[in-house]
Design a binder for this molecule. Structure first.
Ligand SMILES: Cc1cc2nc3c(=O)[nH]c(=O)nc-3n(C[C@H](O)[C@H](O)[C@H](O)COP(=O)(O)OP(=O)(O)OC[C@H]3O[C@@H](n4cnc5c(N)ncnc54)[C@H](O)[C@@H]3O)c2cc1C
Length: 409
């Protein structure tokens, strides 16, 4: 059985940045990806903004992905494409399938960086017929940028998070003119300046609206929209189902590793370590979608934690569990918190320096972290699903559970 120091599963920004950082520290790293070409999602996002945090340059996705791959190779990382990981065993052994056949690989540490997938039409319970021309933003970008095709002329876009605007940019690039963006909430999910992109392209944004049904025999011919209780038909030849990101966690769910029911991703500690300490995780797998720069930085940080683990220097402190006490909160990371704050500084140890939260629905009110009946933190929030919320790490009093509550107003 082939053995190395570290195996990284997923050659996107998180996996490649971690692999590069580890290789620069003298660690033998192999990155595995099921796609024929490494680079992750940015490979088919042929628009900016990528690269500002990492390379201080505004880049398009494919150029950014190529640069990440080139840096990893220059650092000595082995990248194996067309290699799908099919099973995770305890202790860092994994099964893979590739053109060479089926094999088992082993490493002292395995980093999971498998990213996210968008929620499908079926999972969103949209009724009507099942014509061709309904796809996610990722699928659209693959068709446009990798295959050079134009799947429709005037689609509707479901969603207004950042990736829905990425779909808008892709349409613009391909000469496609969407007829509308459709958003169930009262405001767009991306930060408000994003709406100017839709305005500049002359694409109306319908708020407080949902698509109830898709119509068409072989191709999409129209959708039925429910806007504040009033039904209307809209002619369109395609539907882009954007967002609703969920971790690409099939491997996790099949494995012995603990899964967080809220995020759908792994349960991690401050160092990105999973319930089996041979496994770590970074990037979108943890939460749903973040920017590439964020995932890249997270990969580098978790690489420091893995390096410390290989040297036997990663602390295994007494821990407390972070629990959710509000149905408005979808996830809070890390779920396992040390009682003693990491020393030396978080930057040296590879520890996260804060908590990350996401909501299930639009919500505002007071977020509180409670332990042993004592309030450790009290913050006002007014946010939407898919938006980043961060909190400083609380100073814990004991190993008992920490509960996150939201008193809504
Ligand atoms: C449509 C879209 C547009 C975006 N636009 C922008 C933008 O303009 N700017 C920006 O900063 N961010 C953007 N993002 C976000 C950014 O691309 C992602 O945050 C980033 O790519 C996440 O990096 P990652 O490494 O976590 O995962 P990914 O990039 O998703 O990489 C995960 C990799 O894991 C591989 N994999 C999964 N399972 C297996 C398995 N079992 N075996 C082997 N390999 C596996 C996949 O093939 C993939 O290559 C966009 C995201 C999307 C979806």
């Amino acid at each position: 059985m082939a053995q190395t120091d570290v195996i990284v599963i997923g050659a996107g920004p998180a996996g490649l940045s971690a692999a590069t950082a580890l290789a620069r520290l003298g660690v033998a790293v192999t990155v595995l990806d099921r796609e024929a070409v490494a680079g992750g999602i940015p490979r088919h996002c042929n628009h900016p903004p990528y690269g500002l945090r990492e390379f201080r340059r505004l880049m398009r996705g494919p150029a950014y992905a190529q640069r990440l791959v080139a840096e990893a190779k220059a650092a000595g990382v082995t990248i194996r494409t067309q290699t799908t990981v099919t099973f995770l065993h305890p202790g860092g052994r994994i099964d893979v399938t590739s053109p060479e056949g089926v094999e088992t690989l082993a490493a002292r540490a395995v980093l999971l960086a498998t990213g996210v997938r968008e929620t499908s039409r079926a999972a969103r319970l949209i009724g009507g017929e099942k014509p061709g021309g309904v796809m996610s933003t990722g699928a659209l970008q693959g068709i446009v940028h990798l295959n050079g095709q134009r799947p429709f002329q005037r689609p509707v876009i479901l969603g207004t998070e950042l990736v829905a605007f990425s779909a808008l940019l892709t349409c613009r690039h391909a000469g496609i003119k969407p007829v509308a963006m459709i958003e169930p909430a009262r405001r767009i999910t991306a930060r408000s300046p994003a709406i100017w992109l839709a305005r500049l392209m002359g694409v109306p944004v319908l708020l407080e609206a949902t698509v109830d049904a898709i119509h068409g025999r072989t191709r999409v011919e129209g959708v039925q929209i429910d806007r504040r209780g009033t039904l209307q038909d809209m002619a369109t030849d395609g539907v882009i189902v954007s967002g609703g990101f969920r971790p690409e966690a099939t491997l996790l769910r099949l494995s012995h590793l603990e899964v967080d029911p809220g995020s759908g991703g792994p349960v991690i500690d401050l160092w990105g370590r999973l319930s089996d300490p041979a496994y770590f995780a970074a990037g979108n797998l943890l939460r749903g979608v973040e920017t590439a720069g964020w995932c890249w930085a997270e990969g580098r940080r978790v690489a420091r934690a893995i390096h410390a683990a290989l040297l036997g220097q990663l602390p295994a402190p007494e821990v407390a569990r972070l629990r959710l006490g509000s149905d408005a909160v979808r996830l809070a990371l890390p779920q396992v918190l040390p009682i003693d704050r990491p020393k030396p500084s978080p930057a040296d140890s590879g520890a996260a320096d804060g908590l990350q939260l996401r909501l299930n629905r639009p919500a505002k009110g007071r977020l509180r972290l409670m332990q042993d009946g004592v309030c450790l933190m009290d913050r006002r929030i007014d946010s939407l699903p898919e938006r980043r919320i961060t909190l400083p790490l609380p100073a814990l009093r004991s190993a008992s559970d920490v509960t996150l509550t939201l008193e809504e107003r």
